[in-house]
Design a protein around this ligand. Sequence first.
Ligand code: SF4
Length: 216
Amino acid sequence: MEILFLLGLITLALLIGLATLVIVGLVLVLIFIKTSRIIVPRVTLLVVSMMEIPIKHILWTFKINTKHEGQDRIDLMLAKIRNQVYTKHFSEIPMSQRAIFLPQCIRHAECPAKLTGEGIICIGCGRCEAAKIKKEAEELGCMFFIVPGSSFVKRMIAKHKPKAIIGLGCYNEIKEGTAMTSALGIPTQGVPLLTDGCVGTTADWDELRKTMRLGT
Ligand code: SF4
């Protein structure tokens, strides 16, 4: 009987703890949606990452729109926080140990580049911005890849062992990619795409160039 009572108490304490985390996460997300401000970044990252699914369900239930230009603002918030948290560590990594990953959708619809074991090798036709970014990355001494998906990113990380990563992608890809690289202890900076799609997507190239030069 005493054991059952104890189990009941533990379950109740767990439920109260989870409910508190969801409420705190909800408040932090709502503040971000209304003001674009991120309060206590590390706490926000921890709580919102843990409670993301229930928080999203509650917001959908109350018809609170979390979308902005087709992208989810919670994904944006998590991507921004991880960038913030890792900026200093990222900046300390030498250029030769940084890797830049561009998604294949950034290419022009008539891109002549071929997929190889090292990703899609840009031949510099100039139809999209990738050629310039590749040249700048090589001048800085960074590794540069155009990849067809996240499994390719994992393969290149395992092969080339970069100590810092820049990833261009949609908010959701950045959120999932930075979660994966932070689990590997690799400081990462995500730069969001400005438009979605299968080909010819656009990005904030100034933002990417600024990120490439962090710490110089
Ligand atoms: S610049 Fe490179 S990536 Fe862009 S379309 Fe040409 S070959 Fe493809």
